[in-house]
Design a protein around this ligand. Sequence first.
Ligand code: ZN
Length: 501
Amino acid sequence: MSLRVYNTLTQKKEPFEPLNPPKVGIYLCGPTVYKPSHIGHAVGPVIFDVIKRYLVHKGYEVTFVVNITDVDDKLIVEAEAQGTTVPELAERVTANYLNGINRLGVDSIDIMPKASEHIGDIVKTIEKLIANGYAYAVDGDVYFDVSKDEDYGKLSNRKLDDQNTHREVVGEEQKRNPGDFALWKSSKPDEPADVRYDSPWGSGRPGWHIECSAMSSRYLGDSFDIHGGGIDLIFPHHENEIAQSESASGKPFAKYWFHNGLTRFNTKKVSKSDTSMQEALKKMTLSTLLDEHGGELLRYFLISTQYRRPIEFSDTELEAKKKGLSNFYRLFERTERVCGKSAYTDPAVRGEEWSKAPKSEFADFAKDVDHHTERFFAAMDDDFNTAGAAAACYEMTTRINRFIEEQNLEAGGSEAAKTTAYAATRAMMDLGRMHGLFMKPPEKAGGGGEAVGKLMTVLIDARAMAKKAKQFEIADHIRDELKAAGVTLEDRPDGTLWRME
Ligand SMILES: [Zn+2]
């Protein structure tokens, strides 16, 4: 099966054919580091991390670049408001972002260039644009002349006439055309020294768009395979990147443009009492959400929607995903219990266990597992449909549970059936790992670790003692109160298990 991808540039699904296989270059527009990350900042890194994992699975050698915009007007304004310097603010907010994406399990980024460390590359690109007749300097500012670029607007499908209706920005009256945009902005007299950079046009700083043009070609070349970002960046940011890069190099810029949908806080689908929750969520930072829900749940939530679609963020949706994810965890626990070994401990060679399993004895089950596996790959090959792929994993979980019951494995069962059940769980887990899930056992929410484990043993023993003494009211009280606190008890012949939901 071959991979097909939707390309914003051509507005259709195309076969994925990189420029220089097996090499693939991905550039994703990263954050402007002036405020702590919110859930929207997590979408791109998680989705493109999954895209990279899948391309690596397909045998490609992928270089994944995510930039950090640490030179921008927004940083100057925010640093002043906080009474700090731009470098201090940038460093602090960058650390917050890195911590957030790290907790989401995003570990595939190869290079994270900072704009402040690439001023030389940026100046060189602007010089090329002036030399090629696409840019002009006026009083220390440099602008891109959109009227010189014949195919300007090809990504967003806007014509120049549409842009000429844009409001004039005060202080930019010297532009030749209203749609011209700044490549270099001269320093204002009262600006601090740490946001002034030397250039042939005097002291100043680069515009946002040129930063990405310079950094992407620096690490991936003038032409590369995939450029990504949120759908809100198509115009003007990505349109301007194309104009700059192609006018400077004379070569096509990115071959494929992937745009992820934005997070939407849907108030229609939820009850009235949830509305205040919606408001609260809007304000919530990524760190807060991670503290509350953990990285794996947020990641699972983000990939449960095909990446080009908007992501409905609500407490209700998150709750539903939490239930879905705990179904996987329960299967892993169950497999460990009936098969005697943890699915997490084996090396991640995809499908190895499954190919060796004595599954011929269980032809129907084997056929179903293979069918769900094929569905997973068919979905991923269809423009990285993570939602469809995750659904295939979920149904595989249901099927494995049914197999465990059919074969009566909780009460014993044959060794062949146990080996096959274990291998199927491993096969499903390996698929999940392509989405960056199930890399390690889930963190227990609340984070108490060992201490919580000991407390739970005390409570479970107390409940068992109450039951033995026929004090069922006390036993039920313990169970109900734990349930209310998010801890579920499961009574089994060999003892009581507990799980934090
Ligand atoms: Zn960018």
